[in-house]
Design a protein around this ligand. Structure first.
Ligand code: 5MM
Length: 342
């Protein structure tokens, strides 16, 4: 199999039969913050227990075709001594890995960030490949505020995403490219539309310049919606329409799949929005439109677990259910009545 066939084959497996991606790649500060909110001790063993709970959820592979791991997790084993990536692979879920080193302040540009991690990435990708990872993820963070984002911030992040993606393809790993326009702020839906469109156009220009094969990437973007502190209340139909229009004008049809992040929406909202896009615009979309949710799949599960062994079964049932609903939304078959059967 050529490298290009390998990458396309990985994408086909991840999204086969209406499946999507579970993002379980929170960095240590992020997962510790989520643990702290739920009164869960923040240490390496609890993080391992939680990631084992996620990876061993019975039936998860009915809805999840790929799971993104964090560096600490891919080096850990289940309590039966099986490497976490092998555990996932054995249950029919392709393991992936977050390879960026986080979003850091962009010098000279207050309140803006640049994602770091390109130094030594070629060597790290070889390591991750040998640990079983078949795809990777890099997240750029774009903030909307007074006078921001600047062109400099958007273009610097696009440049980094493109260099990362080229290195991944060279190493035989599918790059997930994630330019996230944050929901934080009181901006309007139109402002989110404009910034998302600019970020996507900048990204695809950079991917072109760095000779990235667009047929072998996965795009992980935000939805187009008003900021979470905005007085504008978006309807589900408004968000679906704005998102589809924005993406049709900025994402080439060569891209095989778009897998949305959830970005702080409630699990129900994330399902409703994805469902409306697939249900109402199916015939106009040249790409698979799926999900790569972290919070919108994990939230009820983490709340139920509370770090206690006695709650593992219930927590896994909730994870299974939320993954099922996300996959239903990918098919445009989600209905709010399904929420009751968790
Ligand atoms: C935007 O975050 C990604 C998707 O998660 P949500 O569906 O909750 O928005 C997520 O994969 C994120 O990139 C990872 O959790 C890593 O984030 P940190 O902040 O830990 O680097």
């Amino acid at each position: 199999m050529t490298n290009s066939e390998l990458l396309k084959n990985t994408i086909a497996q991840i999204f086969a039969n209406g499946k999507g991606i579970l993002a379980m790649d929170e960095s240590t500060p992020t997962i510790d913050k989520r643990f702290s909110v739920n009164g869960i001790p923040q240490n390496v063993e609890m993080r391992r227990n939680y990631r084992e709970l996620l990876a061993t959820t019975p039936g998860l592979s009915e809805s999840i075709g790929g799971a993104i791991l964090y560096d600490e997790t891919i080096r850990q084993q289940t309590s039966d001594g099986i490497a976490m990536a092998t555990m996932l692979m054995n249950s029919g879920i392709i393991p992936g890995i977050k390879v960026d080193m986080g979003a850091k302040p962009l010098a000279g540009f207050p309140n803006e960030k640049i994602t770091e991690g390109l130094d030594g990435l070629r060597e790290r990708l070889v390591d991750y490949n040998s640990m079983g990872a078949r795809f990777a993820k890099w997240r750029a963070v774009i903030t909307i505020g007074d006078g921001i984002p600047t062109d400099a911030c958007i273009n610097a992040n696009s440049h980094a995403l493109a260099r990362y993606a080229a290195l991944c393809q060279e190493a035989g790993l599918v790059p997930i490219v994630e330019p996230e326009v944050l929901m934080d702020g009181n901006h309007s839906r139109q402002r989110c539309y404009d910034v998302t469109e600019q970020a996507l156009k900048s990204l695809f220009e950079a991917l072109y310049h760095f000779r990235v094969d667009l047929q072998s990437i996965i795009l992980k973007p935000n939805l187009v919606m008003a900021g979470k502190d905005s007085s504008q209340k978006d309807s589900i139909a408004d968000v679906a329409k704005a998102t589809v229009n924005c993406f049709l004008s900025s994402v080439p049809a060569a891209v095989p799949a778009i897998a949305f992040l959830s970005g702080g929406q409630s699990p129900e909202q994330a399902s409703q929005h994805l469902n409306a896009i697939n249900k109402n615009y199916k015939d106009r979309l040249p790409w698979i439109v799926a999900f790569s949710f972290a919070r919108a799949i994990q939230h009820p599960c983490l709340e139920a677990w509370k770090g206690q062994e006695a709650h593992v079964e219930k927590a896994q049932q909730l994870l299974y259910h939320r993954a099922k609903l996300s996959a239903a939304a990918r098919r445009g078959a989600y209905k709010s009545a399904m929420e009751d059967h968790g």
